[in-house]
Design a protein around this ligand. Sequence first.
Ligand code: AMP
Ligand code: MG
Length: 348
Amino acid sequence: MYYNWKDKTNTEELKIVCNLIRNGELVIFPTETVYGIGANALDENAVGKIFIAKGRPSDNPLIVHIADRTKIDDIADEITEMEQILIDAFMPGPFTIILKRKPEVPDIVTAGLDTVAVRMPDNIIARGIIQFSGVPIAAPSANISGKPSGTSVDDIRAELEGKVSAIVDGGETQIGLESTVVKVVDEVPVILRPGKITPEDIEKVAGKVIIDSKVFEKVIEDEEVESPGMKYKHYAPETKCTLVNYENDLDQIFYLKKKIKEFSEDVVVIGFSEHKERLYLPEEKFIEIGTKNDLEKYAREIYSAIRKADKLNPKLILIEGVKREGIGIAIMNRLLRAASYDILEDKK
Ligand code: AMP
Ligand code: MG
C-alpha cells in the first residue's frame, strides 16, 4: 500500500502502518538521511524478510532505530562515558553508534556480532512510526543491495514495490546520505562510515576522533574490517563510472573533456552548474548537481542523479568529485564506491 504523508502524517494510516510493523511486515519510510526498509527488530522472521527483499548479505548487520533515548537500554548494555557524550550530543540526528548489544537483540540483526548499531532519526514520520509501533525498528537503506540508497519514493518504487507491505512517502529526504557510523574504541570515537555529522563535529564534543582507514580505501577480499558494510560493493550504477577531481578548474575541465572524447560523447556527466557551458555537451548529457559551494545540495541529490544517469544508459558516467572535508568526506566515501575506486585526481 502507498501512503502519501508529504504534507502531514495521517493518523488513521499511521495506525495501519504500525500494525503492519507489529505483525512482522516490512514498511518503507523516510528518515532525515535516506529512506529505510523497516521491520520489528525483535522479530527474527520479520528481519529475515529485509535481507530477502534487498538481497543483502547476511553478514552485513542492520541499524536499529529508536524514537527516544531511554529505549537504548532495551537493546544495548554497558554504555561508557564517551558513548554517553556522543549519544547526548548527536541523538536524535544522522548519527549511528555501535554499542555492546543486549541478548534480546536477535543474531540476524547484528550478524552475530556482540555489538548493535543504534540510531534515533530526527524525522517526524520515522519517529511517529517507531513510537506508535512500540518496538525498535531494524532498517537499512531502501534499495537493492549494492545500488544507491533511495532518497525519494520515485527512486525506490521500481526496485522494491511488491516486496514490502507499505510505502510511506514523506517527499525527498533532507540530507540524502546515510548516517555517520561511529564506534568508540578505548574511549576514542572511530568513524566507520562518514556522514552529515563530520569529524570536526565529533572532535568538538569528544576532544578526539579517528577516521577509519577504510573510509577512502578499497577493502581487500577477506580483510578484517570493523564494519561488515565496508566490504561490499555499494551505491553503484550498472554503468561504468569515473570520478574526476582536480583542484584547478582548468585541469578539471581538461580531464572531463578528455574522457568525454575517449568515449565519443557517449557519456553522462554529473557536474557543477558552473561547468555546464564549458563542456559543450547536449542538454540531456549533463545532470546539474548545484554549485561547488553547495555540498549539502550535492549530498541531497547525488543518489538520484546517479540513478538518472544510469537510466540514460551511456557507456560512461563521469562524476565531478569534491574536497574531502566537512560533508565532502561522506560524499567522496560514497562516490569512490559508486565508481569502484576509478578516479582521476590531484586533490585529496
Ligand atoms: P545501511 O543499513 O545500509 O545504512 O548500512 C548500515 C551500516 O552499518 C553497514 O555498513 C553495516 O555494516 C554497519 N553496521 C551495522 N551494525 C554494525 C555493527 N554492529 N558493527 C559494525 N558495523 C555495523
Ligand atoms: Mg545501504
